[in-house]
Design a protein around this ligand. Structure first.
Ligand code: NDP
Ligand code: OXD
Length: 308
């Protein structure tokens, strides 16, 4: 019943230490030292090996080491192999910090002040009350909900949009395609925290930017392919969209010639909004191993028909 880890090797060493401490009875191996391939029932990976079922014929579960599973080619993974996304609390904490700083950067005009600093211009701008800056989060899952629960404490009017109807205290919840435009029209800072699926690829496009109020801003911490990048550049260049803070792009890494690098209204970070923390990740995986062996549904098991 071996668990095989195949992702960042440095973090893998930390996973190995935590497994050795917390579950010395569970055989844990680091790719490419797979040992007896037939004994590998569990794989923790960012990218599974090519020809996964030929390499690991008795695989039962793939644990993503990240919250997203869009990097997996699910067509190469047979139905009987469960796929589980990462739900450990460190990812939630990191994402809440990142989105809060991005929202406050836009809300307190820090991008504009950075421009003024470069010009050595000592000039004040009026401060806008949080109660007049409406936040809208696409995706009301583990991360979107946590982010909104923090942002509403600042007094921002908060809303979220998801596939199914949610109820979150202090958050106006919109659901489905029919309410999308109403959600956008009331949003001054749009945050993308959707999973990347066939239904959400390209969902942030010229229609979205045109429906947001003039002067709105955009934060992408979901995935690069959620956005039609030329539409984002056009919306910024027309002045309709004020600014964009992008942690994810398409492709990654972003090529040196890409216009996002030098655009005055774009701030970029290299997909660092939040990262899985090995210590708590191992706790979550061990809990799921116990559930799997007991025949229970695992936490974070994805629904293949929805793709997330
Ligand atoms: P969850 O699966 O918990 O939540 C996904 C949410 O998106 C749900 O509310 C779901 O709706 C909604 N959704 C999915 N498809 C649609 C659709 N077609 N229309 C409307 N709503 C939809 O995901 P997490 O919150 O854990 O993570 C979200 C994403 O964040 C990850 O998939 C990953 O891409 C990204 N991420 C980025 C990181 C970074 O460092 N930049 C780090 C970690 C994650 P419903 O509730 O109705 O099912
Ligand atoms: C994740 C990510 O999905 O790092 O966890 O983007």
């Amino acid at each position: 019943m071996t668990i095989l880890y195949k992702a960042d090797p440095e973090r893998g060493k930390q996973w190995a230490q935590h497994f050795a401490q917390k579950a010395p009875d569970v055989p844990f191996r680091l790719w490419p030292d797979i040992g007896d391939a037939a004994a590998v029932r569990y794989l923790a990976a960012w990218q599974p090996p090519a020809g996964i079922m030929q390499t690991l014929p008795n695989l039962e579960v793939i644990f993503s080491v990240g919250a997203g599973i869009d990097q997996f080619d699910l067509s190469a993974v047979p139905e009987h192999v469960a796929v589980v996304r990462m739900t450990e609390p460190g990812i939630v904490e990191g994402m809440t910090e990142y989105v809060t700083q991005a929202v406050l950067t836009i809300h307190r005009d820090l991008l504009d002040y950075a421009t003024l600093q470069r010009e050595r211009a000592w000039r004040e701008m009026p401060v806008r009350a949080a109660s007049t800056r409406r936040i809208g989060v696409l995706g009301l899952g583990m991360l979107g909900t946590a982010v909104l629960n923090t942002l509403r404490l600042f007094g921002f009017p908060c809303a979220g949009w998801s596939r199914s109807q949610h109820e979150i205290e202090g958050v106006e919840c919109y659901a489905g395609a029919a309410s999308f435009d109403a959600f956008l029209a009331r949003t001054d800072i749009l945050v993308c925290l959707l999973p990347l699926t066939a239904a959400t690829r390209g969902v942030i496009n010229r229609h979205v930017f045109a429906t947001l109020p003039k002067g709105a801003s955009f934060i992408n911490v979901g995935r690069g392919p959620h956005v039609i990048q030329q539409d984002l550049l056009d919306a910024l260049d027309s002045g309709h969209l004020h600014a964009a803070i992008l942690d994810v792009t398409d492709p990654e890494p972003l090529p040196p010639t890409h216009p996002f690098w030098t655009h005055p209204r774009v701030r970029l970070t290299p997909h660092i909004a939040s990262a899985t923390r090995p210590e708590s990740a191992v706790d979550v995986v061990l809990d799921n191993l116990r559930r799997h062996r007991a025949g229970e549904r695992m936490i974070g098991e994805i629904d293949r028909t929805r793709g997330y």
